[in-house]
Design a protein around this ligand. Structure first.
Ligand code: SAH
Ligand code: SF4
Length: 364
């Protein structure tokens, strides 16, 4: 498919706009509005992979539709399956960019982790995506199509339905606000994926948090906190300089005040970096203030730094200090270690191998 295909991608339109666009298209051809409804149904309910699949549409209409529009699906570059069932897709987009998504089965849940950008401009020092630099934003259609293609793959492979969606793959979702906000609407209104089962993870893009707070749906929010102390956080997350923690916490208060949507703090435990028990009381105060849930995540080593994961007893101690202070905390199991199923890792490896890309954050 040519990268500059003039056909527009129907997968990136919010349901209302999609309906209007198609009604206009069929009206111009002297056809009734129910043709538009048929196409909309094929996309959201019928999982059509292309116009050819829309078999109750007359051949002539299918031809005309295919000349003007496309359903832009990503190609599979690689699928890697972990011994624990975690499955990671590396998708090749129409212009050759690579992004990844990960399916994580756990009990009767199946969580899909999707990417919002090719690469990331935030340059967090512990993150493989950050070291790879920014390539480009994804469109709403490219975000949604990871869900469509993963759902199809999961069904074929006997994984069952996807129950939860997290924006925790490559990229900073709230730095690509327009497309991400649109993709949330499409997933929720079009594909009927419950807002409470969708989590947007951010490193602290304040205007994006405020925008999400104002949305009427109850999408969930995770803040990648990683340090309760501003100086330490600045070392891990360069964005801390732009939006310091007090401002981020203010925005989270607005999100919390909007009601019903519990915030999660993500805290990746890096050995000797941010796992000192003396940090836990301050984290506990923040979490209690916002009634936030704390996820302690084992650090997944990356090729660019000789940091390691905190030992389990240190993580357990840290968790205990939080619990003693009335905080709800979970210690996450590492998932998909054997396939590098952490943020940005498969693509980072592909880049190192294919392009020899080993620059500093943001230098690509
Ligand atoms: N940009 C967003 C979402 C994508 S990153 C964000 O930062 O929140 C998803 C999660 O993976 C974040 O919590 C991030 O801090 C975490 N992460 C990144 N690199 C990691 C690593 N090497 N080990 C463990 N977690 C990591
Ligand atoms: Fe980007 Fe998130 Fe990685 Fe930071 S942790 S570089 S924001 S993807």
């Amino acid at each position: 498919m040519p990268p500059d295909s003039p056909r527009s991608d129907l997968l990136g339109l919010e349901p209302d706009l999609l309906q209007q666009e198609l009604e206009r298209f069929f009206a111009a051809r002297g056809k009734p509005p129910f043709r538009a409804r048929q196409v909309v149904r094929w996309i959201f309910e019928g999982d059509a992979q292309g116009v050819d699949d829309m078999t109750d549409l007359p051949l002539e209409e299918r031809k005309a539709l295919a000349a003007a529009y496309e359903l832009r699906e990503p190609e599979v570059d690689t699928v890697a399956r972990s011994s624990d069932g975690t499955a990671k897709h590396l998708w090749r987009l129409h212009d050759g960019e690579l992004v990844e998504s990960v399916l994580i089965p756990a009990g009767d849940r199946l969580t899909l982790c999707i990417s919002s950008q090719a690469g990331c401009a935030m340059g967090c020092t512990f993150c493989a995506t950050g070291w790879g630099g920014f390539r480009r934003h994804l469109t709403a259609g490219e975000i949604v199509s990871q869900f469509r293609a993963s759902r199809r793959w999961a069904a074929e492979e006997g994984y069952g339905p996807i129950t939860n969606l997290v924006y925790m793959g490559m990229g900073e979702p709230l730095a690509n606000r327009e497309a991400v906000m649109s993709s949330l609407t499409i997933l929720n209104q079009g594909y009927r994926f419950g807002a409470r089962r969708i989590t947007v993870s951010t490193v602290g893009v304040v205007p994006g948090i405020r925008e999400l707070a104002r949305r009427p749906e109850q999408f969930r929010l995770a803040l990648s906190l990683h340090a309760p102390d501003e100086a330490l956080r600045r070392e891990l997350i360069p964005l801390e300089k732009r939006w310091p923690l007090p401002e981020v916490l203010d925005a989270l208060r607005e999100f919390d005040a909007a009601g019903g949507k519990r915030i999660t703090f993500e805290y990746t435990m890096i050995d000797g970096v941010n796992d000192d028990p003396s940090l836990a009381p301050r984290l506990a105060t923040m979490a209690r203030d916002l009634r936030a849930f704390v996820n302690l995540i084992p650090f997944n080593p990356i090729p660019y730094r000789d940091w390691g994961a905190s030992p389990p007893d240190r993580v357990a101690h840290f968790a205990r200090v939080l619990e003693e202070r009335g905080v709800d905390v979970a210690v996450r199991e590492p998932r998909g270690r054997d396939i590098d199923a952490a943020c940005g890792q498969l693509r980072a490896h592909a880049l190192v191998q294919v392009e020899g890309r080993r620059g500093a954050p943001g230098t690509t």
